[in-house]
Design a protein around this ligand. Structure first.
Ligand code: MG
Length: 388
């Protein structure tokens, strides 16, 4: 098999120069639906790059995100519960991976572009600051006079500018479709919010995100003892699922029963999204990406499940996200980030070089906010302790 175009050691290795044997079908786009995004339809990247010999454009995007610093930091960033509350619950990284799995399952069944879906899933929470939504609220307050702070926009700043990995360009130089998909999640602070409906691949990630956090936040809160099983049984969606599990397995130990309900709940939600979306696609019958976008949002749960989900989400909001233990952590986190913001705002010269250089472009307040948003929980705690 001819694998390399060059027999001597090249001065500069370029993957586009590798010659591979011709393939029967395009491995990236084979078998996709007419409304799926294809590599060949991509509008490209801000900085032109040669096509890779054996990796598709969105596959490269996915790899770039996984290899970036911000992605690794997700392992020490809060999803809902902070590190000292235990080690059962999700971190921002494991949540991201679970979203990618569910989204790929949906995407494969709908014959969408799995590479783009996976990349969009890995990108979707990349901009979260330390301490989850508490950290976001704190930074939003600190930057109230400078446009506020939103993790979705910060993800764009990371991949467009802040990451320093490639000599040829700032950021990760991702494909336009990924950036546009992420822009649909912003409030419009960073560039105009696109008016077009998100690609089906992006819609799939949004559906997977809410499936993952509905089921897993309940699971984590139960395991951490913030809510009781009996409380969850007040929620029809949970109670129905628990009843079905009970019929199938009469004598499960409580912990096993909870895990089985979580598993069944995700199966039910994913199955419902697939059934409902398939019906919506059959009705709209799009023959292209443009036709699918013109039809509006097509991916999502049925009306029935939407309402049942809403009840579970209300419960999670009242009893979990506003649980005294969670609120206590929230106040501490906010006080610490606010103190760090004041400290660095008074002496922006203390920022690491990359963030210091951004002062000229985005102003000192935002550069400080971005720096703090990039920290892990652990780093933020250490930095606060060092303030003295
Ligand atoms: Mg998420």
């Amino acid at each position: 098999m001819t694998f390399s175009a060059s027999h001597s050691t090249p001065a500069h290795f370029s993957p586009s120069e590798i010659i591979l044997p011709p393939l029967a079908a395009d491995p990236v786009t084979g078998g996709l639906a007419p409304f799926a995004m294809r590599d060949a339809n991509s509008s490209g990247r801000a900085h032109d790059e040669p096509r890779h010999a054996y990796r598709g454009a969105f596959q490269r995007d996915r790899d770039r995100i996984v290899h970036c610093e911000a992605f690794r930091r997700l392992s020490n960033k809060t999803q809902v519960f902070t590190g000292e509350m235990g080690d059962y619950h999700r971190t921002r990284l494991t949540h991201t991976m679970e979203v990618a799995l569910i989204a790929r399952t949906l995407g494969r069944a709908l014959r969408l572009n799995e590479d783009l879906i996976e990349a969009a899933a890995y990108l979707h929470d990349l901009g979260h600051p330390p301490f989850g939504h508490s950290g976001e609220a704190a930074l939003n307050a600190c930057l109230a006079n400078d446009g506020g702070f939103c993790h979705n926009s910060h993800a764009l700043a990371i991949v467009e500018d802040i990451e320093e990995r490639y000599p040829e360009f700032p950021g990760l130089n991702l494909s336009a479709e990924l950036l546009e998909g992420q822009r649909t999640r912003t409030r419009g602070e960073r560039g105009r919010r696109p008016r077009r409906t998100p690609l089906l691949e992006v819609q799939v990630v949004d559906a997977a995100d809410s499936t993952a956090y509905d089921a897993h936040d309940a699971d984590d809160a139960l395991e951490l003892g913030l809510i009781r099983w009996e409380e969850l049984l007040e929620i029809p969606l949970w109670a129905e699922t628990a009843r079905i599990v009970q019929q199938r397995y009469a004598n499960l130990a409580q912990r096993q029963r909870a895990k089985t309900v979580v598993h069944d709940l995700i199966n039910r939600l994913v199955g419902d999204v697939l059934t409902n979306t398939s019906q919506a696609l059959r009705t709209a019958n799009p023959q292209s990406i443009a036709e699918a976008q013109a039809a509006g949002v097509l991916v999502g749960p049925s009306q029935e499940l939407r309402e049942l989900k809403r009840e579970l989400e209300r419960f999670l909001y009242d009893r979990v996200y506003r649980h005294p233990k969670v609120l206590g952590v929230r106040e501490t986190a906010q006080a610490q980030l606010t103190a760090l913001f004041a400290h660095y705002s008074a002496q922006p010269e203390l920022l690491p070089a990359g963030h210091r250089q951004r002062i000229e472009r985005v102003g000192a307040a935002r550069a400080v906010g971005e720096y703090l948003a990039c920290l892990t929980d652990r780093h933020a705690l250490r930095a606060f302790a060092e303030l003295g």
